[in-house]
Design a protein around this ligand. Structure first.
Ligand code: ATP
Length: 625
């Protein structure tokens, strides 16, 4: 049996170039990015215009007052006050309009980049050569798909806002320098201080974020594993220990999350306090100058109106550095999924389809029906040196070839390496004499179909699990195909016993079915594909001898020219084999018919004897047990 890969220690990789990766992402749709920059720039800069207008209103009002006190005509001054009130009102209203467009543009950009990054990670895991194993647990991978991708897409917001904040800061500072350069310098001081503080905290920010994510994944993993092993837990009476362990993991996660959140809030708190102190200073300095006549009322109002948002911008820049660090962690975590590819793969440009029709799935290139499959020098070794080495064999159309051997001799790995489901270290396969370059994409229906030793079902109905979309065919053809598959898989009698027959929902991973029913449902699913080459990995592990014999008998009775490659140690399979491949310690050590192997191989004789005589004795086709 192929065990789940253990998480190897993370290999040392160079730090990820967060800035370059983000640049590449923004270049995916430069028009959309520029639109966001422009709209959000306007949105964030507009308050400078309000502040200017409010300042001007007060300046003009004081002119109006002076004229009135002096007994001069005030009409012109009054008009100019109302003009400024108009400017203020129009600017405020326009900002709401800008917000609507800006919001839409941002959502479009967010979802585009989110989808692109997820598409790239999935494409790598599904298609890249030899990378189909997850480096860690599925829960950990899901956390990377969900949280880390979201962090990266969310970081876009910072960039989009930054242009507006920079612009606002420049405009505000220019207006303020006009009023008083000293006060302006005092306002800038907290910004610089915050930048230095957050820079120094950067390594801590990264490590707290990483630990929080890892602790979350450990909790999710443990819950998943517990659900999968409920009966084992009950059997060993370990419920108390399991709950205690979960409590411990939860506690570790709480600590990690508290640290992460506390640090983030601390930075925000320090930020706003610095800003509050600076604001106090500014108001003190400004007020004393106002009393001595150094500031006009309009200047003072302008200053007071600009200040809160300006200090907000400073907080934003402090927070931006922290977000940059956290995004770096997210890129690093996603990078771990790309075992043999560069981190740039995450931000590669490919079409994504957020709106409209999805493009049709490209049809498989036409390939002639199987006449002969030849495998030469196939090796697939795991990092621990185990697996399969230098396996060569061939299959002719209609042959029934059985792979047999002791536990751990490499049978599963041989099948999976042939099909491109584990990375191979050497070897070639030829389909009717033509080299197969990408086996994982090539060995799919209608060329080939495979049932794993531990097949996975979906939680849908039995019918959906078997047909998997094949019922979109003409209904008659689909029903004939379904009946045939169920009958051949010896599943037809079980259907009557299931509450809702074929419509019975099988539950998560088929928990509502017995092990043998899951195995046979998976065999039916494979047979419903009507493939040329059928690959069975040890269905005997969940089927009794009689059911397995019935399965092979059904397939043989059809004599449809289907070729079968079967891992089995059962006599029912060995007796029917046109050829047996005998595996020992990762190598195919012998091949031949059953009588030939029993005649010359001690290993084969032992395996044959280990399987025992079937109840009632079996017809051995000329071979004595
Ligand atoms: N993911 C893996 N990482 C490391 N070693 C593995 C992995 N999967 C299998 N192995 C090892 O490779 C060898 C061959 O395993 P494989 O599952 O192919 O044997 P098998 O003959 O199918 O066993 P079984 O009869 O139990 O199904 C075994 O020694 C096994 O421990």
């Amino acid at each position: 049996m192929t065990t789940l890969p253990q998480a190897p220690p993370a290999p040392a990789r160079p730090p990820v170039p967060t800035l370059a990766l983000m640049r590449r992402l923004f270049a995916y749709n430069p028009g959309l990015f520029a639109r966001n920059l422009g709209l959000w720039g306007l949105f964030h800069t507009a308050p400078a215009l309000f502040s200017f207008a409010v300042g001007e209103i007060f300046t003009r009002l004081s002119v109006f007052e002076k004229l009135k006190i002096g007994g001069q005509s005030t009409q012109g001054a009054l008009v100019s006050v109302w003009v400024m009130v108009g400017v203020f009102a129009v600017a405020r209203l326009a900002r709401y309009g800008v917000f609507l467009f800006a919001f839409r543009a941002f959502i479009q950009l967010w979802y585009t980049l989110d989808a692109l990054v997820r598409r790239n990670l999935l494409a790598y895991l599904l298609l890249a050569q030899g990378s189909r194993r997850l480096p860690d647990t599925p829960a950990e991978a899901i956390s990377r798909f969900r949280d880390d991708v979201e962090d990266v897409a969310g970081y876009t917001e910072v960039w989009i806002d930054s242009a507006g904040f920079v612009l606002y800061t420049l405009v505000a500072l220019t207006l303020m320098v006009r009023v008083d350069p000293l006060i302006t310098v005092v306002v800038c001081a907290p910004l610089l201080l915050m930048v230095v503080v957050v820079q120094r905290l950067s390594p801590t920010i990264r490590s707290y974020r990483r630990r929080m994510r890892e602790a979350t994944a450990r909790v999710t993993d443990f819950v998943g594993e517990t659900f999968a092993a409920v009966s084992a837990v009950k059997l060993s009476g370990q419920q108390g220990d399991m709950v205690a362990h979960l409590g411990q993991l939860g506690e570790t996660r709480r600590h990690a999350a508290m640290r992460d959140v506390l640090l983030t809030e601390l930075i925000k708190g320090v930020n706003s306090n610095m800003i509050a102190v600076a604001t106090g200073l500014v108001l003190l300095l400004g007020a004393s100058r106002f009393r001595t006549g150094g500031l006009s009322i309009g200047d003072f109002v302008l200053f007071a109106a600009l200040l809160p948002r300006l200090t907000g911008s400073m907080g934003f820049f402090g927070d931006m550095i922290a977000r940059h660090r956290r995004t770096g962690v997210s890129f690093e975590r996603m990078n771990r999924l790309l075992q043999d590819a560069g981190v740039e793969r995450i931000v590669e440009h490919h079409p994504i389809y957020l709106e409209g029709e999805l493009p049709p799935i490209p049809a498989l290139p036409e390939v002639r029906a199987l006449e002969r499959l030849e495998v030469r020098g196939l090796s697939a070794l795991y990092p621990n040196g185990r697996g399969v080495e230098d396996a060569s064999f061939s299959l002719a159309r209609g042959e029934f070839v059985v792979v047999t051997g002791r536990i751990g001799s490499g049978k599963t790995t041989l099948l999976r390496a042939l099909l491109g489901l584990v990375p191979q270290t050497a070897g070639e396969r030829f389909w009717n004499g033509e080299a197969v370059t990408d086996p994982a994409s090539f060995f799919v229906p209608p060329r080939s179909a495979y049932t794993a030793q531990l097949p996975q079902l979906f939680s849908e109905s039995l019918r959906e699990n078997v047909m998997m979309g094949a019922d979109e065919l003409d209904p008659n053809a689909a029903s004939i195909r379904l009946d045939r598959a169920l009958k051949l898989a010896v599943m037809d009698t079980d259907i009557a016993q299931l509450g809702q027959g074929l419509e019975t929902r099988v539950g998560a991973r088929g928990v509502k079915l017995s092990g043998g029913q899951v195995q046979r449902a998976a065999v039916a699913r494979m047979l419903a594909r009507e493939a040329d080459l059928l690959v069975f990995d040890d269905v005997s592990s969940a089927l009794d001898a009689a059911t397995e014999a019935q399965l092979w008998a059904g397939l043989f009775a059809e004599r449809s020219g289907t070729t079968c490659l079967v891992v089995s140690h059962r006599r029912a399979a060995l007796l029917r084999a046109d050829r047996i491949l005998l595996m020992e310690q990762g190598r195919v050590t012998d091949a031949g018919t059953l009588p030939e192997l029993l005649g010359r191989s001690a290993e084969m004789r032992e395996l044959w004897a280990d399987d025992g005589v079937e109840p009632g004795g079996v017809e051995l086709g000329g071979v004595e047990a």
